[in-house]
Design a protein around this ligand. Sequence first.
Ligand code: MG
Length: 391
Amino acid sequence: MKPQHTEFSALIVAAGRGSRAGGGLPKQYRRLGSEPVLAWTIRALAAHPGCTAIQVVIHPEDAELYATSVPDDTRLLPPVMGGETRRDSVLAGLEALAEQAPERVLIHDAARPFVTVEVIERVAAALAPDRAAFPALPIVDALWRAEEGLVAAPQPRENLWRAQTPQGFPFAPILAAHRAASGDVPDDVAIARSAGMAVAVVMGDGNNFKITLPSDFDRAERLLQQEKGPSQMDVRTGNGYDVHRFAPGDGVVLCGVKIPHTAALKGHSDADVAMHAITDAIFGALAEGDIGQWFPPSEPEWKGADSSIFLLKAIERVAARGFTLTHVDCTIICERPKIGPHAQAMRARIAELCGIEAGRVSVKATTSERLGFTGREEGIAAQATATLVSA
Ligand code: MG
């Protein structure tokens, strides 16, 4: 059966200042992969062949951000400025669309970039001159009401739905309802209902979530990578190299493991030369500089620091960029101390910090046959390779 495509105009509400997702910018302008969230959202709506026009409502302070964020699409109308409340912003968008007098309008959150053509079609096709529609998911988890941290009573979940957008409406009735509306209303569905419209629920999509918190950005990055499929899986390799010289002392720290020795390693932090090489390998795979750029040695804060903080920062960046660390290989180059007896403990510690199994971490050692600075026991060198795969 040939898929049907229902025509509609899209209204995207992007006037919010929402900064709960972190990163300083309003979340709709923050980057997701290669583009701002808003660009993905516009493309998602434009992907439906029935989409005839796209009207975005923006905050008056965001005109410049908007201009550099949106994709080239002839269906994209000049932006209109939003008002004090979400309701004011939606009304401004509807008034701007009134000139074109579309039959149907789909009102969508700027922070839901993963809406699919299928969900859009289900909403658009459910519309009638006296009926609105929106996508939602049935609640499958048990629901409990809690008071002061203790469960008080079970709540029936039958017939309960979690609302998503786009919410779809016959255009003329929703414009009239918005013009007549006053007071506090939760959303456009409430306005439609107060104007006597029936509102249908159609099946939403689990990936059509609203980016709200910092963790939602991580989820969105992973989803973006997944959508690319295995043929476009992004595999990256980085290498790291570090040297620290010996100084008087009674032990060294290598891969987070303290080893008794007749000398210590000299450095601004705990001088864990092996962990530094691993950390730089990960930063290298991300093409995000090196330890020195993230933790300048000029800052006294890192004096004597446990080098795990450097590695944990690199791991945090791996997750934020939507990658998974799949393998680490580190070679420690020294005559003494003997590394072999400690190699398993080192693997375990690195695996623990990286959040991966020890089978994905290799720690080995070599001497330099008494040649060069490591051969003369002036210091220890380490090199490492890290492999990242798009999550
Ligand atoms: Mg170092």
